[in-house]
Design a protein around this ligand. Structure first.
Ligand code: NAD
Length: 306
């Protein structure tokens, strides 16, 4: 199949590109390299350095590539950055996605896979694990912008028959992770531990997140190209606290310093993890890499860079 991955030079997108290529598909990548890196890019992918806010440049990519599937990963993805510049987040994350949906409709794209976020659309959970029908109350412009696109996905399917899968990702970690991303704590701690520097835990470290290894996220995209329609939580259904992440990374990295406890981050959700039984039932997806193993692989990756 002919697949277009936006954000394919980024952390998650580059793993998706690798997996689609390994499965024998033709892959084109659109990325403006805002946080993405050419070094992440699979050499077998056709690369277009294009900003998704530029509809003419995107139209040219669609004319040349005629994609059957879009895996849309490109976004501004820093929660704190979104509080400082909400309008730019809306332009990239909402308007950029609308440009892609318009072109997908015009070119008869078969399916639109969208990277949504289970960490940021639900807000403070009313129950755990969070299911897809949990109330939507994003607490920052990033979450609001990511969720807004799900309305457009729904109406493009309703009005034009453009099928979609929206994957609400958990806290994704692994090789190529950027310390600024949603699960940045893993990349930050790993980098500091390998450099022998102290690590600061915000608050008491008992805040829980659904940490899921990036290869499992890429596999959800591969499955979504073939099956499913609508919105799916992706995650382990297990909350892992930051103290545990610190301890597991410490062991994997052979680090000896104790953690430094700092003030808690303002507005941070205390506990969240996602119920992915719908994805298991309809996509045949479940996570395969346990956190301890995923963190070991992540440490090995960052060690190999230094
Ligand atoms: P990332 O920053 O590594 O990837 C985003 C990519 O999009 C980068 O390569 C960047 O250069 C590109 N990009 C940004 N603005 C662009 C623009 N205007 N035009 C073209 N390309 C642009 O972040 P990631 O963690 O790999 O995130 C990938 C997707 O997954 C995002 O949509 C994000 O919202 C979503 N997500 C990530 C997590 C997580 O834990 N990392 C959790 C939930 C959802």
């Amino acid at each position: 199949m002919r697949i277009l991955v936006t954000g394919g030079a980024g952390f998650i997108g580059s793993h998706i590109v690798d997996l689609f290529i390994a499965a024998g598909h033709h892959v084109a990548v659109v990325d403006n390299l805002h946080t993405g890196k050419l070094s992440n890019l699979n050499p077998q992918a056709v690369f277009y350095q294009v900003d998704i806010r530029d509809p003419e440049a995107l139209a040219e990519v669609f004319r040349r590539e005629q994609p059957e599937i879009i895996s849309h990963q490109a976004a501004l993805a820093d929660v704190r950055g979104s509080l400082q510049d909400p309008a730019t987040y809306a332009q990239v994350n909402i308007v950029g996605s609308i440009h892609l949906l318009e072109l997908a409709r015009q070119h008869g794209v078969r399916k639109f896979i969208y990277a949504s976020t289970g960490g940021a659309v639900y807000g403070e959970p009313e129950f755990l694990p969070v299911t897809e029908d949990h109330p939507i109350n994003p607490l920052d412009p990033y979450g609001a912008s990511k969720h807004a696109v799900e309305h457009y996905l729904f109406l493009y399917r309703h009005n034009y028959g453009l099928d979609y899968v929206s994957l609400r990702y958990p806290n994704v970690y692994g090789p190529r992770q950027d310390p600024m991303g949603e699960a940045g704590v893993v990349a930050i701690f790993t980098g500091r531990m390998l450099a022998g520097q102290p690590c600061t835990i915000n608050g008491d470290g008992q805040q829980q997140r659904d940490f899921t290894y990036v290869a499992d996220i890429a596999r959800a995209n591969l499955l979504a190209a073939e099956r499913g329609s609508g919105i799916y939580n992706i995650g382990s259904g297990i909350g892992t606290d930051v103290n545990t992440i610190f301890a597991l990374l410490k062991e994997a990295a052979g680090y000896t310093l104790p953690p430094v406890y700092g003030p808690p981050k303002l507005g941070e959700v205390r506990r969240t993890y996602l119920d992915a039984t719908k994805a298991q039932r309809e996509l045949g997806w479940q996570p395969e890499v346990p956190v301890a193993e995923g963190l070991r692989r992540t440490v090995e990756y960052f060690r190999s860079l230094s």
